[in-house]
Design a protein. Structure first.
Length: 273
């Protein structure tokens, strides 16, 4: 069966270790006849510079499936939204800031990124995505009118603290959320209805394609839902064993233009088929 649509993660997949799109990946993506959608845990505004660079005109998936949007830095609009429950965000953020003060906490609306303290983790993320967090007081914010919120992001550089944090969150037993670790430092919380796979399904249906005609490329555990869904799941060489074992194909690493290599091998030349 021919691959007719490509879905790609951003960090650790499209971008190299320096957070850059290589000229090779850019050339291959722009010359490929199949459409490509970026599927990321990032917020829309954090994806826009990459969308502009690649000149993508397709729908894009942000917040691990929490938002589907289309456009570029000049203008973009939301096509579908699956926000978190506002009260759940308030409960979790206040609990985390109380019991895990060393963990960097923040959350996102459609257009803004909020935090209470610009600590090491927030500064690390600001440098990565070239965005600046808005400093607020959590308690004051949650007393105001309800906002649509899409993701809670937690950052810790301590593996043991990450384990304690995950256990704490799972022990809360909140059914309306999806908790996923991204890399070794990030824990991301979205609506239970928001997964990369659900966003892909919606776009595939709109394009009148079957899921077997879709290819997805990723490196993290938050990519597992989409890799298990599509007909052509591709893992990066830099992915962990769980992700690589889920994929049908393993390409080169993100520092060796693995996304571009996968497109050339699978889509352009059908070498692996």
């Amino acid at each position: 069966m021919t691959i007719k649509y490509i879905f790609s993660d951003i960090d650790g997949t499209l971008l190299d270790s320096h957070g850059q799109v290589s000229m090779t990946n850019k050339r291959i993506i722009q010359s490929c006849s199949q459409p490509l959608t970026l599927v990321s845990a990032r917020a829309p505004q954090e994806m826009l510079p990459i969308i502009d660079q690649l000149q993508l005109q397709t729908p894009q998936i942000a917040f691990n499936g929490g938002v589907i949007f289309q456009g570029n830095s000049n203008h973009w609009h939301s096509l579908a939204q699956k926000p978190l429950d506002f009260e759940v965000v308030a409960q979790m953020v206040l609990l985390i800031s109380k019991y895990f003060p060393q963990v960097s906490s923040s959350f996102y609306s459609l257009h803004h990124w909020y935090t209470q303290l610009c600590d090491r983790g927030i500064k690390f993320e600001e440098q990565l995505v070239h965005q600046t967090a808005t400093i607020i007081n959590y308690r004051d914010f949650f007393k105001q009118a309800k906002h649509k919120l899409f993701k809670i992001m937690l950052i810790t550089f301590d593996p043991e603290e990450m384990d304690r944090l995950q256990k704490f969150l799972h022990d809360l037993n909140i059914s309306k959320i999806n908790i996923q670790q991204s890399g070794t430092e990030y824990l991301e919380i979205t609506s239970a209805a928001a997964q990369k796979a659900t966003g892909i399904q919606k776009i595939v249906q709109q394009e009148n394609l079957t899921i077997q005609e879709a290819m997805a490329v990723g490196d993290g555990e938050n990519d597992l839902s989409m890799l298990r869904l599509v007909g052509y799941p591709v893992a990066m060489a830099n992915a962990n064993y769980k992700v690589r074992s889920t994929a049908r194909f393993v390409t080169k690493s993100n520092d060796d233009q693995g996304l571009g290599y996968a497109i050339e091998q699978l889509v352009n030349q059908s070498v692996w088929l």
